[in-house]
Design a protein around this ligand. Structure first.
Ligand SMILES: [Zn+2]
Length: 465
């Protein structure tokens, strides 16, 4: 792109000094109207070309699958310290390398958003591009320079000048147009966020919410954003009533209601993030009218993930190995504990236990004969590929949560409950600032409620038959 090259030569001189002084990594995202691609530029303190690796995510926390985002990355280049442009080449995995004897100060590349949406059949995994809308999932476009993933980042977004800019990093109804900047502590937070750009994005702050709470929506059918907000607030308040606190400084529900682009594409799945969730729905699910009986289970579940696992997690979930789909032993905890809280407590649907039991009873042999940990390791890359794996994981986790709840309530005369298990896990993470290991979980739980839960724990570790 001509625009990009011209821009590079002007800005490089300006940024080189600042970047060197602050050790901040500067990201820029450009989108110009009618293009099917976004251009990304990453500026950093100079590194020798032979040591520079541009890593492109191949999975994201909570997806439990491989997603080959590098397939949509092209035109990878680097700028040397003497302002020469060199080409990047794809390495042996989801990364690009640079063959030069010089040092590099920037890498640039393009991401084909149209191709991404066409090729990724799960709508939740893809960014989207329409005439007046660009919906960006951070991890689908941003890569990082290996070794710099923990450095602070300054992000600049540049879009057509009449386009409003919204990001879950700093949600606001007062949107800047054309250009906006954000500062984030590290790559993981940049990747976790969403960026909703363009005139067809509606943003509303929900009134009377316990924290700044936003709905940001793009829809190809008529929607009622007040009703979306009402349902979202019900979900948030339900979780607040259960836990007694909200750990998020603010929260955004990002909605897309899309005309399916093919009948092979899958809509209706949602994804959790630190302070937001995304829901990519078909237009047949457009929320139009007040419905006191509307099913808000999925919204409760995805907001609930902001407590766990986003703020307390096992090995593999965080720090996340972006270039692969890492092995995770605790998917049953991530999913099952939140399923249990969402349906059994917040929605007060006690028969949900029968649903979980039915899933266990009807599981195929290869799932039944796996221990809890082994099934989670299997689910790390194929949670929904054979959804009997995913359903079995959350059902085992939910039934374990139920039995813990009953035992804790009984042994403490109702002074403590499963809620204190989650609080105990979150406090442990706050104190230790790391993922918990598998063999630490039982003792964290027992200590935080003052009850020996080892019997329940051991029972659920075993295969089902
Ligand atoms: Zn979930």
């Amino acid at each position: 792109m001509k625009f990009k090259k011209l821009h590079l030569t002007i800005t490089l001189c300006l940024y080189a000094f600042v970047i060197n002084a602050q050790d901040t990594v500067q990201y820029k995202l450009f989108y110009s109207e009618n293009s099917s691609k976004v251009a990304i530029e990453v500026y950093f303190k100079s590194i020798e070309a032979k040591e520079t690796v541009l890593m492109i995510p191949r999975s994201a926390p909570g997806t439990y699958e491989l997603t080959d985002y590098s397939a949509f990355v092209g035109n990878v280049k680097a700028i040397t310290n003497t302002n020469k442009t060199i080409n990047g080449t794809l390495g042996m995995g989801s990364f690009f390398i640079f063959n030069s004897s010089e040092s590099l100060q920037a890498v640039t590349y393009e991401v084909d958003i149209k191709k991404m949406e066409q090729e990724l059949l799960g709508a939740y995994a893809s960014s989207k591009l329409r005439n007046n809308y660009l919906g960006i999932l951070g991890y689908s476009v941003f890569g990082f320079i290996e070794g710099l993933e923990n450095k602070p980042i300054k992000l600049e977004l540049q879009v057509p000048k009449h386009w409003p800019i919204f990001s879950t990093l700093q949600p606001s109804v007062n949107r800047k147009k054309g250009k906006a900047t954000y500062e984030v502590a590290n790559f993981s937070l940049l990747a976790d966020a969403q960026y909703l750009l363009g005139n067809d994005v509606k943003v509303q702050q929900v009134n009377n919410a316990p924290i700044p709470f936003y709905i940001a929506a793009y829809s190809e059918a008529e929607i009622n954003i007040e009703e979306i907000g009402r349902r979202g607030l019900l979900a948030l308040n339900g979780l607040n009533n259960y836990f007694g606190f909200i750990p998020m400084p603010h929260y955004t529900i990002c909605y897309e209601f899309i005309k399916p682009i093919s009948n092979r594409h899958d809509y209706g799945f949602s994804m959790e993030h630190l302070n937001s969730m995304t829901a990519s729905m078909p237009i047949t699910k457009a929320i139009k009218t007040f419905d006191p009986k509307a099913n808000i289970g999925s919204t409760i579940h995805h907001i609930g993930h902001s407590w766990l696992p986003l703020r307390s997690y096992g090995t593999g979930y965080k720090p996340f190995e972006w270039q692969t789909a890492p092995l995770i032993e605790t998917i049953w905890l991530n999913e099952g504990f939140i399923w249990y809280i969402s349906y059994y407590h917040v929605l007060n649907r006690k028969p949900i236990l029968n649903f979980f039991k039915k899933i266990l009873n009807s599981a195929p042999g290869y799932i039944k004969e796996k221990s809890l940990k082994d099934l989670s390791l299997l689910g790390s890359t194929q949670y929904s590929l054979d959804f009997r794996i995913g359903r079995n994981l959350f059902s085992r986790g939910a039934l374990l949560a139920y039995e813990l709840d009953e035992k804790i309530k009984k042994d403490t005369n109702n002074a403590k409950s499963f809620k204190d298990v989650i609080i105990g896990l979150m406090e442990w993470t706050k104190k230790h600032k790391r993922a918990f290991n598998y063999n630490e979980i039982e003792s964290i739980i027992s200590k935080s409620v003052g009850v020996d839960v080892s019997d329940v724990w051991k029972k659920w570790q075993k295969p089902l038959n």
